[in-house]
Design a protein around this ligand. Structure first.
Ligand SMILES: NC(=O)c1ccc[n+]([C@@H]2O[C@H](COP(=O)([O-])OP(=O)(O)OC[C@H]3O[C@@H](n4cnc5c(N)ncnc54)[C@H](O)[C@@H]3O)[C@@H](O)[C@H]2O)c1
Ligand SMILES: [Zn+2]
Ligand SMILES: [Zn+2]
Length: 367
């Protein structure tokens, strides 16, 4: 087995150095994973450019997957109770602290943990191998890890963003408003919006209106299951676009809206795309997109909108996500098209620049 592992260390905003670290001895509760691939997330792009979380030096990469090459003697199963052995392919999920209010009092909502950890966004330590932009990652005691040996590499790369969408749709379902014939509008056709559409399709929802300003993304939206697409930049005004949208729902705005843009102005206009008695799921703001203004009378009170926020995912969402990804493939959704760029670990800076420039959809490092 290798004695050393190379890792891409972000030492300062915009500056990555490839470093070599010794692979430590494996403790009884550790899992050593040889990284196969890792998707790049918008959050990685923000960290790379500005280090908003103040993590430098840091090994980024949280959408990763790889193969178990060594395992402590205390480990025999994954977080869902499935057997785990050397040679299995795995992904990791969030690590709730188990001590805060959310962890103690709402155990089904550990995504709200105040001290949630995730590999790829941990401060550096003396082992260093705690992000997926590396050759190896050491999974420590208390982590959440899932056996995904039955999935293809592309499916495994997509698990994390897919889980965001699965969780959002689960939150939306709590409103009781998602039915087979619900007219759903997805605002924003980046990886998250496209994933939300494909989750809806696997549930049998087929009236999906996609809105974005980018025609290439809207084309992909059609392939991922959108029945109608609207390029907002092709309309004179928001109201003229809304009229067009209404023509697909008997003269009404959408029954349900998923907001997936990260743009404050879009966040405000999302409310105007919902019909009276409709629902809204806000997924699009993992980062602060600033404040925006809604008219509480017209947009919320008078329409009795049922709105839910959605924040990442819980470990319990992961098995649902694995099922979703297999099902999406089996009903013919071209999930592999979401991975538009592949780079080697040595090309990490170029890969991050590609993400920051918003080229393609999902950029991945494939070792
Ligand atoms: N809630 C969560 O837990 C969670 C998790 C991950 C990501 N996110 C957030 O979800 C958002 C989407 O992620 P992504 O990776 O798909 O991002 P992305 O930036 O690739 O996609 C956003 C899309 O929105 C489009 N857009 C911008 N303004 C618009 C408007 N007025 N109307 C319609 N479309 C518009 C853009 O053209 C782009 O295609 C991000 O802001 C991210 O922070 C949230
Ligand atoms: Zn991510
Ligand atoms: Zn907690």
């Amino acid at each position: 087995m290798d004695k050393m592992a190379r890792a891409a260390v972000l030492i300062a905003p915009g500056k990555i150095e490839m470093k070599e670290f010794p692979i430590p001895a494996i403790g009884d509760d550790d899992i050593l994973v040889k990284v196969e691939a890792c998707g790049i997330c918008g959050t990685d792009g923000h960290e790379y450019k500005r280090d908003p979380f103040g993590l430098c030096p840091v090994v980024l990469g949280h959408e990763g997957t790889g193969e178990i090459v060594a395992m402590g003697k205390n480990i025999s199963s994954d977080t869902a109770g499935k057997p785990l052995a050397v040679g299995d392919k795995v992904v990791t999920c969030i690590i709730p602290c188990g001590k805060c209010d959310a962890c103690k009092n709402t155990p089904a909502r550990t995504n709200l943990c105040e001290n949630c950890g995730v590999y790829g966004l941990f401060p550096d330590d003396d082992i260093h191998l705690n992000g997926y932009f590396a050759e190896y990652i050491l999974i420590r005691p208390g982590s959440t890890v899932f056996n995904v040996s039955s999935m293809t590499l592309d499916q495994r790369i997509l698990v994390e963003p897919a889980a965001v969408a699965v969780h959002a749709v689960e939150r939306a379902k709590t409103t009781g408003l998602l039915k087979f014939n619900t007219v759903v509008l997805v605002q924003g056709c980046g990886p998250i919006g496209l994933m939300v559409m494909s989750v809806l399709r696997t549930l049998g929802i087929e009236n999906i209106i996609a809105v974005d300003g980018n025609d290439t993304r809207l084309e992909l939206a059609r392939e991922m299951g959108a029945s109608h697409t609207f390029n907002f930049s092709a309309f004179e005004s928001f109201d003229s676009m809304l009229e067009g949208i209404k023509s697909h729902n008997n003269g009404f705005a959408a029954d349900f809206v998923f907001q997936c843009t990260g743009v404050g102005k879009a966040g405000a206009s999302a409310w105007k795309l919902v019909k009276r008695g409709g629902g809204l799921c806000e997924v699009g703001f993992f980062m602060d997109g600033g404040e925006s203004v809604i008219n509480h009378h017209f947009d919320l009170c008078n329409k009795e909108v049922t709105a839910v926020g959605s924040w990442v995912y819980t470990p319990q969402d992961y098995p649902t996500t694995f099922y979703f990804l297999k099902r999406a493939t089996s009903i013919g959704l071209p999930m592999e098209k979401l991975i538009t760029h592949r780079f080697k670990l040595d090309e990490i800076s170029e890969a991050l620049e590609t993400n920051v420039a918003m080229k393609g959809i999902k950029v991945a490092i494939v070792n």
